[in-house]
Design a protein around this ligand. Structure first.
Ligand code: ATP
Ligand code: MG
Length: 477
């Protein structure tokens, strides 16, 4: 058949994970599980409950919460067109089709930079276009409103973990699908003790994981009262030195002057050092709040660095902001960012609500743990059951069931193998013991247990075996 013939000539297509995404494989996933288990445990001790959120939301949610001028909304979002929208939508951008491959990948022009276009685009597509979530705080707030959580005892303390999606340039510690573990405290008061306890919780979590070389930076970026005045002052000062700034910072003078403080560009550093500092422009309430946050951190024995240049990239943050860096990550060394966002729930259509939270970059956290040798080695099996003969297989199946019930990891080969081959296999899998079951063993009811590390062998009865392995497990570190 001619059709079959052409098919044979075609090269089989090779599928690969798309740019910026990756497969996480064992044994590394054991470390991911340990990190997540530790988060569940530690956060529960602070009275937080887990919230599981959809990975897909409307574009409107993020356009509203993050701010249209942010990089995330302007160019980093993955869009899914559900219904036929009235504007052309390409993944990650609006407007005309991309000019080149590189353009398509990286340089996505900010769609919301034109105010007139912004309004119409926002209106038209906010509800009809779906996006892969770039972060989860907005979703938590949406859920808080949607489920009337303001009627529950306040504050509501929630945590989440899961994948986030941003169309960024992939590099070490930066992916297009990455994972965050985050927590939010919503409702009740904005007592500085809440800020301090949230920070204490992250630090406790990192401590439990023995994350190395961590530094906590804190700052206050003011509130509705004092921040706008400071931002205007900053803008005015930045305009005076505009020609000494790079293109990104020049653009940000208009869009988001605070972000200029974030710049890592070497040539801008001397200019930035002379800019007015927000600490000198906080209103009395913000000043008092910040001072009390620091006192509350001291009470908890949490060490911090004050960093006047620490701002969050997102519009909704106010007052307390913090960031935690860890070692072994190069320039992508921030493992956690967080802060207070008292206006966010209201901005999303809910009642006035206080809020504070953080998001940990789990990928970077894992990288740092691996770099400092805190990752577990390959996890081998406890027992490899080498069996020969029908009756031995039946006994092996029963033994495997009992051992697994007692929590041991057991490999039971699916087909009969010569003992020599089976022992070689046990070695390769890193098994601690081989349980040897042949006709003799089964009929005598005396099994042979071989310790693979030293090759020693012992005969034991079935109950002895479990007892022995339990004791060994208790002794091992
Ligand atoms: P960065 O300045 O590194 O881009 P960010 O300010 O965009 O960070 P947040 O939105 O505050 O980050 O997210 C909190 C944490 O999530 C970051 O501190 C980082 O650890 C992690 N994170 C953010 N973007 C990525 C990404 N693309 N890949 C991996 N981790 C990320
Ligand atoms: Mg970023």
């Amino acid at each position: 058949m001619s059709e079959g013939a052409t098919k044979k000539e075609e090269k089989p297509r090779k599928f690969q994970a798309i740019r910026g995404t990756r497969d996480l494989l064992p044994p590394e996933t054991a470390l991911w599980n340990r990190v997540e288990q530790t988060a569940h445990q530690v956060f529960a001790t602070f009275g937080f409950g887990e919230i599981r959120l959809p990975a897909v939301e409307t574009l409107g949610l993020f356009a509203r919460s993050l701010g249209a001028e942010t990089d995330i909304v302007g160019k980093e979002m993955f869009l899914l067109a559900e219904r036929e929208p009235s504007v052309v939508v390409h993944p990650g951008r609006f407007g005309p089709p991309p000019q080149s491959e590189q353009d398509r990948r990286d340089e996505v022009p900010p769609v919301f930079s034109e105010p007139s276009m912004r309004e119409s685009v926002e209106r038209q597509i906010a509800e009809s276009v779906l996006v892969l979530r770039p972060e989860a705080t907005a979703s938590v707030c949406r859920a808080y409103i949607e489920h009337n959580m303001q009627q529950m005892p306040q504050p509501v303390k929630l945590y989440y973990m899961g994948p986030m999606f941003r169309r960024e340039r992939p590099q070490k510690g930066r992916y297009r699908q990455f994972y965050q573990i985050g927590a939010e405290v919503l409702g009740g008061s904005d007592a500085p003790a809440i800020d301090a306890e949230v920070i204490e919780m992250v630090m406790t979590f990192f401590d439990r994981l023995e994350l190395q070389g961590i530094q906590l930076d804190i700052n206050s970026i003011g509130d509705r009262n004092c921040r706008p005045k400071y931002v205007e002052l900053l803008r005015a000062e930045l305009l005076k030195v505009k020609d000494k700034l790079g293109a990104d910072s020049q653009r940000r003078i208009e869009t988001n002057p605070l972000r200029v403080l974030d710049s890592k560009l070497e040539s801008e550093q001397p200019v930035i050092a002379k800019l007015p500092r927000i600490a000198d422009h906080l209103c009395e309430d913000c000043k008092t709040h910040y001072a009390e946050v620091k006192r509350q951190l001291d009470l908890r024995g949490v060490k911090y660095h004050e960093n006047w240049r620490l701002v969050r990239g997102l519009d909704y943050y106010m007052r307390t902001t913090f960031e935690i860096t860890a070692q072994g990550l190069g320039s992508q060394n921030a493992v956690c960012g967080g802060g207070r966002y008292d206006g966010l729930v209201e901005l999303l259509g809910g009642p006035p609500t206080k809020g504070i939270g953080f998001a940990i970059g789990e990928d970077r956290l894992i990288l740092s743990l691996q770099e400092s040798g805190k990752a577990p080695a390959q996890q081998g099996r406890d027992v490899y059951i080498a069996w020969m003969g029908e009756r031995a297989q039946a006994t092996g199946i029963r033994a495997a069931k009992d051992l697994r019930k007692a929590g041991f990891s057991v490999e039971l080969p699916s087909v009969e193998q010569k003992f020599g081959k089976a022992l070689g296999q046990a070695d390769k899998l890193g098994a601690k013991y081989a349980l040897i079951l042949g006709d003799n063993e089964v009929s005598e009811g005396l099994w042979t247990l071989k310790t693979l590390a030293d090759g020693s062998q012992a005969k034991c009865t079935e109950p002895d075996l479990l007892e022995y392995l339990r004791k060994q497990r208790a002794l091992s570190p």
